[in-house]
Design a protein around this ligand. Structure first.
Ligand code: C2E
Ligand code: CA
Ligand code: CA
Length: 478
């Protein structure tokens, strides 16, 4: 048990560490991606301005008056440009807004030019300066760049030309390194400074990745479900295994009677007795026993308990049957346990073909091995649809147990009665003895007796009982 719990904790720990690492790495990537996105958006604004340079090249030698209209046209058509100024021979020559009346004295030196106050608006401005040569060029005053800075969701981002800065609320500043992370543009001479805001970025990371997070949580929940299930699985296996080992799964016996209602034998039926003394039905635990591959172990335990009970008793005339699955037939220990039992009474092994038998010849060969030590075989649940007449031929069963569902029908269904008559005929021909299962009332008993089926098993006579009770019942009634 300790081992199971430890394994579970280790699993959860590994999942936690892996997801922590994966999420952390992904989160770092997310922040980087976000800021690089801002850089790319600003670059594309400058790209749009730059793309007009070619169109404007023919204006190089034109007068300001001649170039005013084309400049204004470009501004009107290009939403990223506020205005255009032409620099000629190291001086401002012409502006799309004021023509030659430019008061600016100092021409731009940097490609990205940041100014504290625009002459027209009085607000800080960003411009892109395209230089034809040392003294000539064209300057684009940009629109809406702070908007992209505002869009950033991982912290405060500022645009810098390494001399001055503009922040998201359009504040002018002087570039000073305050521990911000730098994301330079590879196309233009600017960089984005990131002042990282942990909560803002985690919040946006969670919002942006909600689908992936929900999916991951689902996967985690599923994994947890599986591991809980596997613990449950192991716990159940452990409990069943312990119950088998400690003989808590015990052989109850339901007597089989003849036409005089004398006990002629009985069927061993497993019962799980809990710590509190409750009795659990095999219908509840047999499927789990099968699932966990504990069928052979349980059968061995039941046979051992039978051996313990009968080893000091004299040989008797009873026919005692035990339910067996195909796998048990190939188990040498089961064979060894059957030997002493078949010396005490007629041991019958009951089979049901709920699934097709896998290897017919192998089964016949092993059945013979058991037959050689006096064991008989019964075909169980006959009439449920699983067992067919051909099985009787193949395996030469000594007994056929007619299923309760069939017995339930004989009172009302003429067809069932007809089929039963045919089975009786066939059984007589093949020298097979019939046992009627699940006889519950006098009417069924009468019909069966009239049909000459004399071995009955059912609640009308006895319910399954502990082995000791069965032995006392035998001694009283035989
Ligand atoms: P089964 O082998 O067909 O056993 C007969 C079942 O019918 C038993 O149920 C028995 O209690 C029930 N029964 C007998 N007479 C009547 C009746 O008049 N009315 C009603 N309503 N039921 C009656 P049980 O003991 O609950 O066992 C159920 C099944 O579990 C068995 O069906 C058998 O397939 C399996 N089983 C029980 N013990 C073992 C075992 O030791 N090994 C294996 N492999 N299977 C077992
Ligand atoms: Ca049976
Ligand atoms: Ca049966």
């Amino acid at each position: 048990m300790k081992f199971i719990v430890n394994r579970y904790i280790i699993c959860v720990f590994i999942i936690f560490m892996v997801s922590k690492y994966v999420i952390f790495a992904d989160y770092k990537k997310y922040v980087e991606h976000n800021v690089k996105g801002t850089v790319a958006k600003i670059e594309s604004k400058f790209d749009k301005a730059k793309s007009t340079v070619e169109t404007l090249s023919y204006l190089k030698d034109k007068t300001c008056q001649e170039m005013m209209i084309p400049l204004q046209k470009i501004v009107a058509l290009n939403p990223t440009i506020n205005s255009i100024s032409v620099i000629r021979n190291g001086k401002y020559y012409c502006s799309s807004i004021v023509g030659m009346n430019i008061s600016k004295k100092v021409t731009p030196e940097k490609e990205i030019y940041i100014k504290e106050k625009n002459t027209l608006t009085g607000l800080p401005s960003i411009s892109y300066y395209h230089r034809y040569d040392k003294a000539n060029g064209i300057q684009f005053f940009m629109k809406g760049i702070p908007f992209h800075l505002e869009e950033s969701r991982v912290g405060n981002v500022t645009l810098s030309n390494r001399e001055y800065t503009i922040s998201k609320d359009n504040q002018f500043g002087v570039h000073a390194s305050n521990g911000e992370e730098e994301y330079p543009s590879s196309k233009y001479d600017f960089l984005i400074l990131l002042k990282y805001d942990t909560w803002a970025s985690i919040k946006s990371y969670l919002v942006d990745n909600r689908l992936i997070i929900v999916l991951s949580l689902l996967v985690l929940a599923l994994l947890k479900g599986i591991s809980v299930k596997s613990v449950f699985f192991n716990k159940e296996y452990y409990k069943l295994n312990e119950a088998i080992k400690n003989h808590k799964i015990q052989p109850f016996v339901q007597p089989v009677v003849n036409s005089k209602e004398q006990i002629v034998g009985g069927e061993v039926l497993a019962r799980w007795i809990t710590e509190k003394g409750n009795i659990i039905s095999p219908l509840e635990f047999i499927p789990k026993i099968e699932k966990f591959g504990l069928m052979n172990a349980m059968t061995k335990s039941l046979l051992m308990q039978l051996r313990e009970c009968y080893q000091n008793m004299p040989k008797n005339e009873l026919r005692i049957s035990v339910n067996l699955t195909e796998g048990c037939l190939y188990d040498d220990e089961i064979y060894d346990l059957c030997k002493p039992l078949s010396e005490k009474f007629t041991l019958i092994l009951e089979f049901t073909e709920s699934t097709e038998f896998e290897d017919r010849y192998k089964i016949i060969q092993y059945m013979q091995k058991f037959r050689d030590i006096g064991v008989k075989f019964a075909l169980d649940d006959y009439g449920t649809g699983y067992s067919s007449l051909q099985y009787l031929n193949y395996y030469q069963f000594d007994f056929v147990k007619i299923d309760k569902s069939f017995i339930d029908d004989i009172e009302t269904n003429r067809q069932s009665l007809k089929i039963l008559e045919n089975i009786i005929l066939l059984a007589n021909n093949l020298d097979i003895k019939l046992v009627a299962e699940g006889v519950e009332n006098q009417n069924q008993k009468q019909i069966l007796n009239d049909l000459n089926i004399s071995s009955h098993q059912g609640f009308l006579y006895f319910k399954p009982m502990p082995l000791s009770e069965f032995n006392s019942a035998v001694n009283h009634k035989v």
